[in-house]
Ligand binder design. Sequence first.
Ligand code: FAD
Length: 290
Amino acid sequence: MHEPIFSLEVFPPKRNASVGSIYDTLDGLEGLKPDFISVTYGTGKHSDRTATARICGTICREYGIASVAHLTAQYADQEVVDEALELFEEAGVTAVLPLRGDCVEGRTPAGVFQYASDLIAYVHAAKPHMKIYAACYPETHPEAQSPEADIRHLKEKVDAGASHLISQLFYDNDDFMDFLDRARSEGIDVPIEAGIMPVTRAGQVRHMSQTCGSRIPPAVERMLDTWADNPQALCEAGIAYASEQIADLVAQGADGIHLYSMNHPVVTRRIWRNVRALFTEVGTADCLPA
Ligand code: FAD
């Protein structure tokens, strides 16, 4: 069996948060030796556009871990994109995840890069040496005309230059495996990492479910109900659920796992401790009976 890819995602601290908080996150994640850490890109009006490049640079240079810089398209014109790509290069970043980005109420798209595939094609032509990642949606993107259309548009992203896909979060592995079958049937043959977001807070799960259209299956609903008044117990149950989800995905031959760390190194480390033997040759002995 091939060794699955293991990657993490972090987000830049808010403008008014301490810059040091990202170091606390990265320090906490460092020992896990992920294949790469990706850094999100803010779409909000007040997002610091340079933060993604700076944090990616820190990850590469100070932590010796490969980084992937997210970049959103729909509110950007060519000048903004060129500037971002230059900043990525200066920071030593060699991989980008171009996205359309979420729609922000009251903001008019720049009209240059309408879909992620437009930005992917542009980056591929402008920076042919950069590796390109793209997002995919096991439960179908909420705005898609249909699941079939969504997969066709995903194929367009691969044809435009994406050579590695990372999925939206999902809580039911059957949804991911079904999507994988549909993607492979469409001729999408690049690695597809499964995106896992551990349940740590009920409000966050409900919010993500609303915004990303991720279904909350009965097992997760039960967890949210049972531990509604005990956030610590809910977090423990969430760590156990994510660990089981990952073990099952790896057993089913998933190409890799992308863990949405939510800048929460303790939870991420706990999950990693539970599943690390699945990703590395070392450490297998300490979970075997004497
Ligand atoms: P697209 O691939 O462009 O798809 C958007 C919608 O348009 C889909 O419904 C698709 O079916 C449809 N579509 C695509 N092409 C066409 C076409 N030619 N004609 C008609 N319809 C079409 N958001 C951020 O703001 N910052 C981040 O850093 C960030 N990181 C993310 C990382 C991952 C791994 C994922 C899964 C999501 C991330 N997002 C991020 C959220 C993402 O921006 C949203 O999900 C957004 O709504 C869609 O982005 P996309 O790149 O997948 O869009």
